[in-house]
Write a protein that binds this ligand. Structure first.
Ligand code: ZN
Length: 316
């Protein structure tokens, strides 16, 4: 049976009836602005408030004054393994304006789903940073590479959080590194788009490669690759199947983690094929002024993520 047709197991009701500890719980009121803009229909703070196993915390404040928030999901019987999942270090990737919001949305689904399916964690404790660069994602204007005026992909001062990691080139980067050091994770996964590949640890990346390349309901005939200039390539070399390579540029967050002895991978989601096969939906967003990924596609991205992570928690 295709994985997307799996019946969800019952939730963990009965595990815990106490209300969540409100100590150090962050609220993230700026999530409200996402609700009408990009498929984010459930407030992320609500998840943490209603699911006892999920706790939200702030780990600092962005340059523009937004809370930097992480979510911790703790299973009933932790086995000591910790996964550190980061999303939207780039507020803009290269497909459309503020497309880091797609990554943010997948992070929210991850928090909601595993918070309600603790059995699937198989003892792993999971730390999720749904947007490591909230200023770029919410207020940024461009996908420029690190330079004066870059703000969107980069944080508000034009620094790329996924370059020169460990050099404290921005406040947001330093705080993320500090959180990583505090958590001391077993593995780390950093999510990006839309280069249709993993980079880094082959064992971690393999879970995603198998998930994306498996047969599943509604799978597009091929994936695509979106270059930094926005040009989409659906050819077999860069599009086609989901690729993988163990080499990484020094200074990227996942490579920095690997250099510190923590197995890590950067996952580049495939790009939706906007033009050729019709299987991926897109929506004209008048407010953004761009055609962006629609809910069906976003759900597919999340479902492939769910299959990969569930497999990883069970078998890593
Ligand atoms: Zn990126």
């Amino acid at each position: 049976m295709p994985a997307d047709d799996e019946v969800s197991p019952p939730d963990e009701s009965g595990e815990e009836v106490d209300p969540p500890d409100q100590t150090d719980v962050a609220d993230d009121p700026l999530d409200v602005d996402l609700d009408v803009e990009f498929d984010v229909t459930e407030d992320i703070g609500t998840i943490a408030a209603t699911v006892p196993a999920v706790k939200s915390h702030t780990y600092g404040t962005s340059v523009k004054g937004q809370s930097l928030v992480y979510y911790q999901i703790t299973p009933p019987n932790p086995n000591g393994k910790k996964a550190f999942l980061t999303f939207a270090l780039h507020g803009f990737e290269d497909a459309w304006k503020q497309d880091g919001r797609a990554l943010y949305s997948i992070a929210k689904s991850t928090i909601d789903y595993y918070g309600n399916h603790l059995d699937l964690l198989k003892g792993w404790t999971v730390y999720i940073i749904p947007t490591a660069n909230p200023d770029g994602m919410r207020y940024g204007t461009n996908n420029w590479r690190e330079s004066a005026g870059a703000y969107g992909r980069c944080q508000s001062q034009g620094k790329d959080m996924n370059r020169n990691v460990g050099s404290d080139t921005s406040k947001e980067q330093r705080l993320l590194v500090d959180l990583f050091e505090q958590v001391k994770p077993t593995i780390a996964i950093d999510f990006h788009g839309w280069y249709n590949t993993y980079y880094g640890d082959a064992k971690i990346g393999g879970f995603f490669q198998r998930s994306f390349n498996a047969s599943y309901t509604g799978k597009p005939t091929k994936y695509c690759y979106t270059a930094s200039n926005g040009v989409m390539n659906c050819g077999s070399t860069l599009g086609g199947i989901f690729h993988g390579t163990t080499s990484m540029t020094v200074g990227m967050f996942a490579q920095w983690a690997r250099a510190r002895g923590v197995p890590a991978a950067l996952i580049e989601y495939p790009a939706p094929d906007f033009n050729n096969n019709g299987l991926y939906d897109t929506v004209w967003d008048a407010e953004l002024g761009y055609r962006r990924m629609g809910k069906v596609t976003l759900d597919k991205m999340w479902n492939r993520t769910r299959v990969a992570l569930t497999d990883l928690f069970a078998h890593y």
